[in-house]
Design a binder for this molecule. Structure first.
Ligand code: GTP
Ligand code: MG
Length: 290
């Protein structure tokens, strides 16, 4: 009898405290630079998805904002498995964190895979000590230590996660890379570029709002406003003779055109929306609150 190939398709959420390597992990697991990853705490503000596909398996990974600030219980209870990242450079503090323990206690029906991150800070002999400590404290499903930026442990983690995905027909069409619109993904690419060139406190308080998303001369044309939270930040984002803004546009259009596989022209404007991160109407307008 012929061996039937089993197809799996489903969802894995990535949860964890601020700066525990969630976004670096989704980028490594899905093989694409989709979610801004930066040392600033709270870089991820909205869940973002990235789909990994092989001939037989499809996994939609969902990166989430840090549990310290936000927990979308509905989302975490609707996935097939959760990767819970634990920054090993703050290992004891994170393990004892009330936020983390509360999360593990609340999520009772979804398998949790513990993922100690930043293991490149420690010699390999110590990695099993992290595994032992976690397994003494919680009723765990699996523990897979990783270093997302170098790719260490990523193959093994993918293999482990796929086992938690149910057998089913393919949920996502071939070639589909994310559940988000191209427009949203381009705005996140612009955010990634802000973090790579601006001081992090300015990048983190600059909202990207796309005003026009059209096709012109067979190119994707994107006009976007960068809303800074202070008047004094405007000059920094523009830079001397516009060099900083040009730099942001170059990095963002390079990343975005690779992502959407089409040439892209990016027209960026800097506006001031004084103290927007403290204003609920502004947060809603910029898509950070539903
Ligand atoms: N050395 C090392 N750096 C890492 C590792 N994982 C992530 N980083 C870096 O740590 C910083 C924070 O990583 P993120 O992926 O943004 O962390 P996060 O959990 O998504 O952060 P928030 O969205 O703010 O909650 C970034 O500069 C990453 O490049 C790792 O395993 N080793
Ligand atoms: Mg993040």
């Amino acid at each position: 009898m012929e061996n039937q190939v089993r197809e799996r398709s489903g969802y894995v959420a990535i949860a964890g405290l601020a700066n525990s390597g969630k976004s670096a992990l989704i980028n490594a697991l899905s093989g694409r630079n989709i979610s801004p990853s930066h040392i600033h705490k709270g870089t991820t503000r909205i869940p973002i998805s990235s789909i990994y596909m092989t001939e037989n398996d499809q996994v939609c990974f969902i990166d989430t904002p840090p549990l310290d600030f936000y927990e979308d219980e509905k989302l975490f209870n609707s996935v097939d498995a959760i990767c819970l990242t634990l920054n090993t450079t703050e290992f004891s503090k994170q393990l004892k964190s009330g936020v983390l323990q509360g999360f593990v206690n609340r999520i009772r029906t979804i398998p949790i895979i513990f993922v100690p991150t930043f293991i490149d800070y420690f010699p390999s002999e110590l990695h099993s000590a992290f595994v032992n400590q976690i397994s003494m404290l919680v009723n765990y499903q699996e523990i897979v230590p990783v270093c997302a930026p170098t790719g260490q442990g990523i193959k093994r983690l993918r293999k482990v996660l796929v086992e938690y995905i149910p057998e089913s027909g393919r949920l996502f069409p071939d070639g589909c890379t994310s559940l988000h619109s191209e427009r949203f993904l381009v705005s996140e690419q612009i955010r990634i570029s802000l973090f790579s060139v601006l001081p992090s406190e300015i990048a983190a308080t600059t909202a990207v709002q796309i005003e026009e998303f059209s096709i012109r001369d067979e190119k994707r044309y994107v006009r976007a406003n960068l809303h800074v939270a202070r008047h004094s930040n405007k000059g920094v984002v523009i830079g001397r003779k516009g060099t900083m803004l040009q730099n942001i546009a170059d990095i963002a259009s390079d990343g975005a055109s690779r992502m959407i596989e089409r040439p892209l022209y990016l027209d960026l404007w800097v506006k001031v929306r004084e103290a927007w991160p403290e204003n609920i109407d502004d947060l809603t307008e910029f898509g950070y609150v539903c």
